[in-house]
Design a protein around this ligand. Structure first.
Ligand code: 13P
Ligand code: SF4
Length: 384
C-alpha cells in the first residue's frame, strides 16, 4: 500500500490529492458490497474526504451512543484510538470495531497513564483522609451522611485501562457535551468534604466546575512531575490532572479581541478544552456537536468565530453557506492524529473486509472492558 504523503501546512491543500477520485470510487464500491453489515463512524475533526463516506458523524459522545445502539457487524471508526476503544467496549462481542489507521492516538489522552493515576489516587486517599467508593456496598448511590469519598472522573479522551480504573472505583466517564451533569453525579457520590479527581484534561474540568459556580480556590492541579501542594489539594473540591490539548492551547483571548475588531457584532464559540480565559471571552462553549448546532441555529448572515480544530470549522463554513464561519486561529490548527486517517487507509481496510479479512481490529481485553463499561454506562444512563 502506498502511504499518503504528509500534509503541507496550507489547509487549502488538505484534500486535494490527485488520486482522490480513485479513492472515492474504491471506498464507494467496497461500501456497496458490504451493505448493512458495515457502519462507518466519523468524528467531526476528520477530513472531508473521510466524512463524505461516514454513515454517522458527531462528537465523541454521539459516536459512542451510535456505536452502542448499532447492530452492524463491522464498525469502522474514523477518529482516534480512545474513541474506537470505547466503541469496542460498548458493542457486543460479535461486532468488530476497526480503525483505518491504528496509529491515530490523542496526545492529551497520553498525558495520563494508569501507574501515575494510581499513585495520585493513593496519595490523595491517604493525605486528604478520603475513602474509596469501591469500599461501599453500592457505589451508584449518593454518599451517606458524614462520609467523604474520592470519586474519579475520566474524560472520554483516555485509555481503556483508565476507564476501567474509574469503573472499578465507583467513578464515571464524561465528554465535553455532558461534563456538568457528570460532575454533579460525582459530587453527590463524593459527599460532604469529598473530592472529585478529574483527568486528563485540566481545562474541561476547570471550565465546567467554574460554570457550575465553583471558584478557583475549589480547584487544585495534580502534576505527577511536581511535588504536591497539599494545602491547595486539601482545600479543593476538584483535583484536576495537568493534561491539555495542544490544538486547543493555540487559542488566545487576543485572537478573540482581534476577531471582534475585524467583525463587529460577530459571535464566538470555543471548545471547553481551551483555556479558561478563552472560554470566558467567548459567547458560548461546547463540544464539537454543540459547536455545529450553534452555527446551525445562528441567524442567517451571522459571522461566527470558532475555537476548535480547522477541519470542522472549514466544513461548517461550507455547509452553512448563509453564514460566515471563521477559525479564531489565523494559522492552521489541525489535529495531527485525527489527520492520520487518510482515505487510502479507509479504502484498503474496506477492500480487505470485502475479501473476508479483518485488519486493524481494536480489541479491549475483557478484564478491562468489564470494568470500563461500568463507567461508560453510568455516563450513558445519566445523560439523555
Ligand atoms: P468532542 O467530544 O467535543 O467531539 O471532543 C473530542 C475531542 O477530542 C476534542 O478535541
Ligand atoms: Fe486529542 Fe486534542 Fe486531537 Fe482532540 S484535538 S483528539 S484532544 S489531540
Amino acid at each position: 500500500m502506498q502511504l499518503p504523503s504528509l500534509p503541507s501546512c496550507s489547509i487549502g491543500d488538505i484534500d486535494s490529492d490527485a488520486d482522490s477520485e480513485q479513492l472515492r470510487q474504491r471506498i464507494t464500491d467496497a461500501k456497496e458490497q458490504l451493505g448493512d453489515k458495515l457502519m462507518i463512524l466519523g468524528h467531526h475533526y476528520q477530513r472531508d474526504s473521510i466524512i463524505e463516506h461516514a454513515d454517522e458523524t458527531g462528537d465523541s459522545f454521539l459516536l459512542a451512543r451510535k456505536a452502542a445502539d448499532s447492530e452492524a457487524e463491522l464498525i469502522v471508526f474514523c477518529g482516534v484510538h480512545f474513541m474506537a476503544e470505547s466503541a469496542d467496549i460498548l458493542t457486543d462481542d460479535n461486532q468488530i470495531v476497526m480503525m483505518p489507521n491504528i496509529r491515530a492516538g490523542c496526545s492529551m489522552a497520553d498525558m495520563a497513564d494508569l501507574p501515575d493515576v494510581e499513585a495520585c489516587w493513593n496519595e490523595l486517599l491517604e493525605n486528604c483522609n478520603l475513602s474509596d467508593p469501591a469500599s461501599r456496598e453500592n457505589a451508584e448511590l449518593p454518599a451517606e451522611h458524614g462520609q467523604s469519598y474520592l470519586v474519579p472522573v475520566t474524560y472520554m479522551n483516555s485509555s481503556a485501562d483508565l476507564k476501567a480504573f474509574v469503573g472499578h472505583h465507583g467513578g464515571i466517564v464524561c465528554t465535553s457535551s455532558n461534563a456538568a451533569g457528570v460532575l454533579e453525579w460525582a459530587l453527590e457520590r463524593a459527599g460532604e468534604g469529598g473530592k472529585v479527581l478529574f483527568f486528563p484534561d485540566q481545562h474541561l474540568g476547570r471550565n465546567t466546575a467554574l460554570a457550575m459556580g465553583y471558584e478557583e480556590q475549589d480547584l487544585a492541579v495534580w502534576n505527577p512531575m511536581m511535588v504536591p501542594d497539599w494545602e491547595s489539594l486539601n482545600a479543593s473540591t476538584f483535583v484536576l490532572w495537568h493534561g491539555y490539548c495542544s490544538v486547543h492551547q493555540r487559542f488566545t483571548v487576543d485572537q478573540i479581541n482581534d476577531f471582534r475588531e475585524d467583525y463587529p457584532g460577530a459571535l464566538v464559540i470555543a471548545h471547553p478544552e481551551c483555556d479558561r480565559e478563552v472560554v470566558d471571552a467567548a459567547d458560548a462553549s461546547g463540544s464539537t456537536e454543540m459547536i455545529r448546532r450553534y452555527v446551525e441555529d445562528a441567524p442567517s448572515g451571522s459571522v461566527i468565530g470558532v475555537g476548535t480544530e480547522i477541519h470542522l470549522v472549514k466544513r461548517l463554513d461550507s455547509n452553512y453557506s448563509d453564514k460566515k464561519v471563521i477559525c479564531l486561529d489565523p494559522g492552521v490548527c489541525p489535529c495531527s492524529t485525527m489527520y492520520m486517517i487518510h482515505p487510502a487507509f479507509l479504502a484498503d481496510l474496506l477492500e480487505s473486509l470485502v475479501e473476508g479479512q479483518v485488519a486493524n481490529r481494536i480489541v479491549v481485553p475483557s478484564q478491562i472492558a468489564d470494568e470500563a463499561i461500568l463507567a461508560l454506562n453510568r455516563m450513558l444512563s445519566i445523560v439523555a
